[in-house]
Design a protein around this ligand. Sequence first.
Ligand code: CAA
Length: 258
Amino acid sequence: MGGYSTIVVSTPAEGVGLVRLDRPKALNALNHQVMTEVIDAVRAFDADPVIGAVVITGSERAFAAGADISEMAGLSHREVTEQDLFAGWDGLRGLRTPVVAAVAGHALGGGCELAMMCDLLIAADTARFGQPEIKLGVIPGMGGSQRLTRTVGKAKAMDLCLTGRTMDAEEAERAGLVSRIVPAAELVDTAVEVAATIAGMSRTAAAAAKEAVDVVFESTLAEGIRFERRTFHALFATPDQKEGMAAFLEKRAPDYRR
Ligand code: CAA
């Protein structure tokens, strides 16, 4: 893996893959190249049996300030529809590996949307979230109107999408967008620790938990409950369930096969 020009990829802890967006001059604006490289790197980690969780982060100043406005400003309707602009980001769907977003600074437009594509979101106290597309005469195009509304509810989603205002980390945590807030200097270390904790779990159970939570976004309650119960039952066919429960009863740490 490597040869990237807009991201930096590393494995900072056992079982953890880290993708850092690295276009500092454009505040990590998400152009086509960034999209291709992020998808490639995250999918490579997903396919690597050593990796059990991935962290996506940006810089102290910006997670990402949105889709690259200079790249799309001149496109015609025909061009955006023919290339199905932003559809490539669907490459982050359907991953088995949990993905943690570690957000400092601006997470605006596509930046906020990329963070919301991740499974959980840890914010630095400097983080600012928003969907300011309306100020550019457009609307969110990478899932923001849908994921934000499902995550924080209609009131705040309408507020952010219609006024283009940003919310700070505290407001984002209160609204349910952010799982934890940490001092900016500790952001990446904390996210890597969380990812390492996840990577230390049964991989089968982690993938199942992620899939079950994600079903909420795409189904009714009745379907979701049914899906969860079936998946719970299915895990009794795995060695990790036998090992995890035996280890608890024997008062020892579980030893999951990788
Ligand atoms: N696209 C392209 N370039 C961007 C960018 C973006 N989204 N955001 C910032 N940049 C560039 C700036 O043009 C500037 O470049 P130059 O130095 O070459 O002029 C550089 O990054 C630094 O930005 P600023 O000088 O503006 O920095 P600032 O600290 O004064 O302001 C900011 C920071 C408030 C984030 C401001 O840059 C800003 O408002 N950016 C745009 C935010 C935005 O509208 N995002 C939504 C984009 S549309 C979208 O994302 C669609 C979708 O749903 C997928």
